[in-house]
Design a protein around this ligand. Structure first.
Ligand code: PEP
Ligand code: MN
Length: 339
C-alpha cells in the first residue's frame, strides 16, 4: 500500500508515520515528489489496523496497490521517472531521447575509439559495448573481459560519453559496476534473480532488457526485484520477442512502449538492433519507437560490420547511424520532444 501525505505535512509527521509502519514490519520506500510525499509500505497489511495510520497527523489517504509489482507501478508513482546518468544528464520524463550507440562487443582499442568518435559526432548520448558476452555457443567470442572495461573507461575519458555495458553474473557484477555508468542486464538474465538482487544493492542505473519470451508483467516483476533492494534507477528495454517471424531475428514489440507506460513510471528504451537482427530494418523501427513515445534507443554500430566478432549483420555503419539520428530528430520534434 501507499500512504499519501498531505501537501503541507511536516518532516516530523512523515517520520512518525514511517516509524509506525516500520514497527509493524513494513519495508519503507519514501518518495518525495514536488507535489507530495508518498510513503510506500511493503508488507503484510493484516499486521496493522489501517485506521490507526489514517488518523495520524499529516496523512491524506491510503491507497492499496493491486498489482504484484509495487514500486515499479504507476499507482505507486503517478508521474514519469527521470533517471540521472551523469551530472546534468537524465533519461525519462520530458528529457531528450537518450540514444546509446556502439558495437555489440568491444574488440580492440582502435575499434571502440573509432566507433565512439563517430557515434558521438552523430549525436549519441551514450556508448555501448559488451566486455562479457552471453553467446549461444561456448566456442563464439566471449568478450574481452576486464581489458574491454578498461577500454570503455578510456573512451569515456576522451569523449565524455557515459558507458553502458553488460553484467553477466553475480561473480563479476561488482567489477562491471566499477566501470559502467549504466549496468545492462541482458535478455537471458532478466530472471536471474540473484543478479537482480545484486544490482539492486547498488545505486547505479540499470538497463533491464526484456527476456525474449517474457511478459510485460514478468519484466516489471524483475524491475521490482531491483527496486525492492533500494535501487530505483531502473530503465526498461524492449529488444524483441521470439516468434514465428522468419525474416527478422525477433519481433520487436513496439506496443511495449505505451503498455509499459500505462502500468509503470519507469523510462523505456527500445533496441531495434536485436529486435530485428538486420541493419536494414533498424532505422524504420527506431523511428516507430520514437513515434510511440520511447525515452531512449540502444543501437549497435560497427565500423566494419562484415568483420564484427558478434552481431555484424544487425550493426549500422557510422554514416547510416548518422542518418538514423537525423530521422529520429524529425520524429521527436513532430511529437514535441527532442533527440
Ligand atoms: C546485447 O545487447 O548485445 C545483447 C546481448 O542483448 P540481449 O540481451 O537483448 O540479447
Ligand atoms: Mn549484440
Amino acid at each position: 500500500m501507499i500512504v499519501i501525505m498531505k501537501q503541507d505535512a511536516t518532516l516530523e509527521q512523515i517520520n512518525n508515520v514511517v516509524e509506525k509502519l516500520k514497527r509493524h514490519g513494513f519495508g519503507i520506500h519514501l518518495s518525495k515528489g514536488t507535489e507530495r510525499t508518498v510513503i510506500g509500505a511493503i508488507g503484510d497489511k493484516s499486521a496493522i489496523e489501517l485506521e490507526t495510520i489514517q488518523i495520524l497527523p499529516g496523512v491524506s489517504e491510503i491507497v492499496n496497490i493491486r498489482k504484484p509489482y509495487k514500486l515499479a507501478s504507476r499507482e505507486f508513482k503517478p508521474e514519469d521517472s527521470q533517471i540521472k546518468i551523469l551530472k546534468d544528464v537524465f533519461i525519462g520524463s520530458k528529457n531528450p531521447i537518450f540514444v546509446i550507440a556502439g558495437p555489440c562487443s568491444i574488440e580492440s582499442r582502435d575499434q571502440i575509439f573509432t566507433i565512439a568518435d563517430d557515434v558521438k559526432s552523430a549525436g549519441a548520448k551514450g556508448i555501448r559495448g559488451g566486455a562479457f558476452k552471453p553467446r549461444t555457443s561456448p566456442y563464439s567470442f566471449q568478450g574481452m573481459g576486464e581489458e574491454g572495461l578498461k577500454l570503455l573507461r578510456s573512451v569515456k575519458k576522451k569523449t565524455g560519453l557515459p558507458v553502458v555495458t553488460e553484467a553477466l553474473d553475480t561473480r563479476t557484477v561488482s567489477l562491471v559496476a566499477e566501470y559502467a555508468d549504466i549496468i545492462q542486464i541482458g535478455a537471458r538474465n532478466m530472471q536471474n534473480f540473484e543478479l537482480l538482487k545484486e544490482v539492486g544493492k547498488l545505486r547505479k542505473p540499470v538497463l533491464l532488457k526484456r527476456g525474449m519470451s517474457a511478459t510485460i508483467e514478468e519484466l516489471l516483476m524483475s524491475a521490482e526485484y531491483i527496486m525492492s533492494e533500494g535501487n530505483n534507477n531502473v530503465i526498461l528495454c524492449e529488444r524483441g520477442l521470439r516468434t514465428i517471424s522468419k525474416y527478422t531475428r525477433n519481433t520487436l514489440d513496439i506496443s511495449a512502449v505505451p503498455v509499459i507506460k500505462k502500468y509503470s513510471h519507469l523510462p523505456v528504451v527500445i533496441d531495434p538492433s536485436h529486435g530485428t537482427g538486420n541493419w536494414e530494418f533498424v532505422i524504420p523501427m527506431a523511428m516507430a519507437a520514437v513515434a510511440a513515445g520511447c525515452d531512449g534507443l540502444i543501437i549497435e554500430v560497427h565500423n566494419r560490420p562484415e568483420e564484427a566478432l558478434s552481431d555484424g549483420p544487425q550493426s549500422l555503419k557510422p554514416d547510416t547511424f548518422a542518418e538514423l539520428m537525423k530521422k529520429i530528430k524529425r520524429i521527436a520534434n513532430a511529437i514535441g520532444r527532442e533527440a
